[in-house]
Ligand binder design. Structure first.
Ligand SMILES: Nc1ncnc2c1ncn2[C@@H]1O[C@H](COP(=O)(O)OP(=O)(O)OP(=O)(O)O)[C@@H](O)[C@H]1O
Length: 365
């Protein structure tokens, strides 16, 4: 799998959990499709190979005993190959697909116990979904498509149009608000889909492979748009993709799925530097490691012993940037945080990252 990444510096880390309940908290979640699905989770049937289970019971395990939290302000990416269970998992979060077993909370509230009205409220106000096929209404203008969710909420025409116009501007569609969807490019239509989800000001945005139908340049544009919006608003986002470079670019954390299970959940750096097993290792094999791994992982821990800290790199500096600095100065550089020297990087540590030697042993804090 070949991967290209931007040469942007390492992204700001996601906010640390504050002790507030996670936005989403998922424990031992299963989704089994088929007759009498509820007998499968946790039973011997669940251990059968997928083909055999299907033959003997007519059931398919799409999500298998999955647990994770999504924290406020985080971009959480669910990644995996086709059929690994990404869409099913994310649709279970708002019960667009009914989970078979497990617990599921949003802000500490039990989603599985919600009645129809509460669920509608959840989907409309709290967790809005942006789909790959944008589902725009063809006879409505851009503005009225964006205002659609507000109309459902019962907002009057002038208010909803004013609000929608603000969001249209935010996603860069100003001047196109009176066009109809057919008069827009695919990328512009996707922006309308994004604006429509943003207009209801949801606590969480759920993206289901929203950009996979777009050509690579427009796709890149939209990824940057999402990063920009996230920086501006700090909104919690859950993003499905099967594209590794998209996951690495967007995710604060990535859950990598295989056959319905999460095989590893961690920061892009953890996944690239410390793959949990051979499957993940193979998945990330072609990632340009120097653009994901930081000097915090690459450094030889322990202060330099001096006080002027030559080079003085922040711990989240990516190795690619550190290589340039060390190569220019011809000397080792210190990794410094709050005036304290955490360690030193030199040619040898930095080259080891590029070569994929040793960093799996290093701790990623
Ligand atoms: N309604 C359904 N009935 C039976 N099996 C289903 C149903 N929906 C999904 N599946 C199966 O569940 C598994 C996971 O599917 P899912 O669509 O969640 O995967 P995905 O990772 O999102 O794939 P893709 O990237 O192709 O969309 C697959 O084996 C799929 O065939």
């Amino acid at each position: 799998m070949s991967t290209t990444l931007s040469k942007e510096p390492a992204r700001e880390p996601a906010p640390e959990p504050t002790g507030a309940p996670p936005v989403f908290s998922i424990r031992n979640l299963w989704k089994v499709f088929g007759p009498k699905a509820e007998r499968v989770p946790g039973s011997e049937l669940a251990d059968l190979p997928a083909d055999e289970l299907r033959r003997s019971t007519g059931c398919t395990v799409a999500v298998r005993d999955v647990s994770f939290d999504v924290h406020k302000g985080e971009v959480f990416v669910v990644m995996g190959l086709s059929g690994s269970g990404k869409s099913t998992l994310v649709r279970c979060l708002t019960r667009l697909i009914e989970p078979t077993s497990g617990t599921l909370e949003i802000d500490g509230e039990d989603v599985r116990a919600m009645d129809k009205a509460r669920l509608r409220e959840l989907r409309r106000h709290r967790a809005a979904m942006v789909f790959q096929h944008f589902g725009l209404l063809p006879h409505r203008t851009v503005l009225d498509n964006v205002a659609y969710g507000l109309e459902i909420q019962g907002l009057g025409k002038p208010e909803r149009r004013a609000l929608a116009m603000k969001v249209v501007t935010k996603v860069g569609l100003e001047g196109m608000e009176h066009r109809r969807p057919a008069q827009l490019s695919g990328g512009q239509q996707q922006r309308v889909g994004l604006a429509r989800a943003l207009a209801v000001d949801p606590e969480v945005l759920l993206f289901d492979e929203p950009f996979s139908a777009l050509d690579p340049l427009i796709r890149r544009d939209m990824q940057e748009e999402v990063i920009r919006l996230h920086h501006e608003e700090g909104r919690t986002m859950i993003f499905i993709t099967h594209d590794l470079s998209e996951a690495l670019r967007l995710g604060d954390r990535i859950a990598l799925m295989r056959d319905g299970e999460i095989v590893q959940c961690g920061t892009p750096e953890e996944i690239v530097a410390q793959p949990a097993d051979d499957y993940v290792r193979d998945f990330v094999r072609d990632v340009p490691r120097e653009q994901v791994i930081t000097v915090r992982t690459a450094m030889r821990a322990g202060g330099c012993g001096g006080s002027d800290h030559p080079g003085s790199l922040a711990p989240d500096t990516i190795v690619a940037a550190a290589i340039e600095i060390v190569a220019r100065s011809g000397a080792a550089a210190c990794v410094v945080e709050d005036g304290e020297c955490l360690g030193v990087v030199d040619h040898e540590n930095l080259l080891a990252v590029v070569a994929g030697i040793g960093s799996e042993r290093a701790a990623v804090s």
